[in-house]
Design a protein around this ligand. Structure first.
Ligand code: PEP
Ligand code: MG
Length: 314
């Protein structure tokens, strides 16, 4: 059965009423691409480029990067591949971006903040991405991590456009960006919600600290309301809104995310089949109803419970 299922062409991700929801993979190296395709990835919603260079003492050359990005893009001809520029920070340091000791790395000089201080490195990365894109048939989307407001958005978008990159966005993972989602969506081609960091910052609980791990729950209504505001901004402006945090891999939460306005979901490839199956069980109206119940909940546990109860009662 599984051999047959693996060879049968998958229909694109969708809800029961046919509403399309792209099902994409989160990847950390081009070598993971084939397995993701075999598991049904329709493209890539998050390629974490910093994972390629964690051991590098010097900044990688344009050529070194071009080869890696082209290998990734070539695995997805005609498909969307979303590449995130380097998201370095004290917890995932890149020596060539100037490592610094920080007491609170999550609140430090990371993501776009570090790249802005090292603009030549960012320029080389954008150059390599533009060259790889020109040589491939994939549809390259480029985004920046840890953007907080319109000014940082404009900085990244205009720089990326200098290199001829066509589809440029940001990851919404800082609460400031969720609160200002309308201003940000106006200035981008798309927004991708990073629910791992959005949860850590909304709940003020370090995602790497075991003692506060229970706060790292994207079902929390405070997090869901942040997502809702981003979804509304995207819908109002006709901009795609993806989710690329771990939350998209939870089948029931995936339905809620679509109800909150997510148009595509990116996850570890192993989760794609279960999410695909759950989406097919609900219409958009049902997903929106479940989302409304979840945002009205008073805790993460309550949100899970009301959504599960509504599904088993329907
Ligand atoms: C996130 O923050 O949700 C995200 C997708 O990025 P990372 O886990 O790499 O911080
Ligand atoms: Mg993040």
């Amino acid at each position: 059965r599984s051999a047959h299922a693996a060879s049968a062409p998958l229909t694109p991700g969708a809800l029961a009423d046919g509403t399309p929801v792209s099902l994409l993979a989160n990847l950390g190296s081009p070598g993971e691409a084939q397995a993701a395709v075999a598991l049904g990835a329709e493209g890539v919603g998050l390629f974490r480029t910093e994972f390629l260079f964690l051991d590098a003492a010097q900044a990688p050359s344009v050529e070194e990067q071009r080869v890696q990005y082209l290998a990734l893009l070539d695995a997805f001809p005609g498909k969307k591949v979303t590449v995130r520029v380097l998201d370095a920070g004290a917890d995932k340091p890149l020596a060539f971006l100037g490592e610094t000791h920080e007491e609170n790395p999550a609140l430090g000089r990371r993501g776009i903040r570090a790249l802005r201080d090292a603009e030549p490195v960012l320029r080389d990365q954008l150059q390599a991405l533009a060259e790889a894109s020109a040589q491939s048939e994939a549809d390259l989307w480029v985004m920046a991590p840890m953007v907080a407001d319109a000014g940082e958005t404009e900085y990244f978008v205009s720089l990326a456009r200098e290199f001829g990159l066509k589809t440029v966005g940001i990851t919404a993972e800082v609460p400031a960006a969720a609160i200002l989602a309308d201003q940000i969506a106006e200035r981008t081609d798309f927004v991708s919600i990073g629910t791992n960091d959005l949860t850590q910052y909304t709940m003020a609980a370090d995602r790497l600290l075991g003692s506060v791990a229970s706060y790292q729950d994207p079902w929390h209504p405070a997090v869901l309301r942040m997502i809702k505001s981003i979804g509304q901004a995207g819908r109002a402006l006709g901009k795609p809104v993806g989710v690329c945090g771990e939350s998209a891999a939870d089948p029931l939460l995936a339905v809620v995310l679509v109800g909150l306005g997510a148009t595509d979901l990116s996850m570890t490839a192993a989760a794609l089949a279960d999410v695909r199956a759950e989406l097919l069980r609900h219409t958009l109206a049902e997903a929106q109803d479940l989302a409304a119940r979840a945002v009205a909940a008073t805790s993460a546990a309550d949100a899970r419970a009301v959504v599960s109860a509504a599904i088993s009662g329907s």
